[in-house]
Design a protein around this ligand. Structure first.
Ligand code: 8Y7
Length: 273
């Protein structure tokens, strides 16, 4: 399965690893831009050494209850990091944003993938992607990061997530975005209870069936803590299991913090697929 993203072509015959690069001001430094940019770039370079296939650069937290970041702050965080990485990175750079202007500037700076938790539903986001050659990840979310975990409700979570992803996929296809540029993602933890998340993992095949490559993000999420009884810093082992299970069930890309451990674990999956 060939995945086209900007000037890159990835062969998704084996599971791929997207490494998470959070660009948020460091509370230990003076919060200066130089420090924040450099730490993010250093971290990204380490993830490449660790074997990441894609880097996902984000300047606004999407965790439950997170405070939104202004457009200017988000641009000031992520664009310098992309500009620095684009000169040296051997792998595609993804921009984690739902803001069309951040997408536009990130693409101009060389980003190859737009990772959008709102699935290009913001006004003009679709046009920004459609008028470029970058790829996009369409993610399902119920509600917004501010409210999504208050009382998530579905009649049938699999059917509803599947229908949403199909609808968004069809909107993109009818706007001229080739299916070789589109990833789908159930959005673990985005307006989902423990039971909703577990159902989605169990029945991942029904999303794989759509025929588009699936990206999944479970790294360090609360669902792992709830299953394994581990706090945020102790979720590595549960996270590895989640990546292995997802890849065995047909996910093509896993979005993780712990790249080296995940790459090793997925080599075992690749060997037996
Ligand atoms: C996901 C994501 C986050 C995910 C995709 C976190 C930005 C929360 N989770 N993007 N972003 N899929 N595509 O804990 O599951 O990493 S942020």
């Amino acid at each position: 399965m060939i995945f086209n993203c900007g000037k890159f072509q990835l062969n998704l015959n084996r599971p791929h690893v997207m490494g998470i690069v959070n660009v948020t001001p460091d509370s230990f430094s003076d919060g200066g831009k130089f420090n924040t940019t450099n730490q993010a770039v250093e971290h990204a370079l380490q993830l490449i050494v660790d074997g990441a296939d894609i880097l996902d650069i984000g300047g606004e937290s999407s965790r439950p209850g997170a405070v939104p970041v202004s457009l200017d702050d988000e641009l000031n965080r992520v664009i310098p990091v992309i500009e620095a990485l684009i000169k040296v990175s051997t792998i595609p750079i993804s921009i984690d944003t739902y803001k069309p202007e951040v997408m536009r500037q990130a693409i101009a700076a060389g980003a190859s993938i737009v990772n959008d938790i709102r699935a290009l539903q913001e006004v003009s986001a679709l046009e920004v992607v459609a008028s470029s050659n970058v790829a996009v990840c369409l993610m399902h979310m119920q509600g917004t990061p501010q409210t999504m975990q208050i009382q998530p409700k579905y009649v049938d979570v699999i059917t509803e997530v599947r229908q949403f992803l199909l609808d968004r996929l069809n909107v993109l296809l009818s706007n001229g975005v080739d299916n070789s540029r589109i990833l789908l993602d159930p959005g673990f933890g985005f307006g989902k209870t423990r039971e909703h998340n577990i159902s989605l993992i169990k029945h991942l095949d029904q999303l794989v069936d759509i025929g588009q490559p699936l990206l999944v993000g479970l790294s360090r999420k609360a669902i792992l803590g709830s299953i394994a009884g581990a706090d945020e810093q102790q979720r590595l082992h549960a996270g590895i299991a989640a990546s292995v299970v997802s890849a065995m069930k047909g996910a093509k890309i896993v979005r993780v913090h712990d790249v080296k451990a995940t790459v090793d674990a997925l080599k075992v999956v690749t060997a037996v697929l």
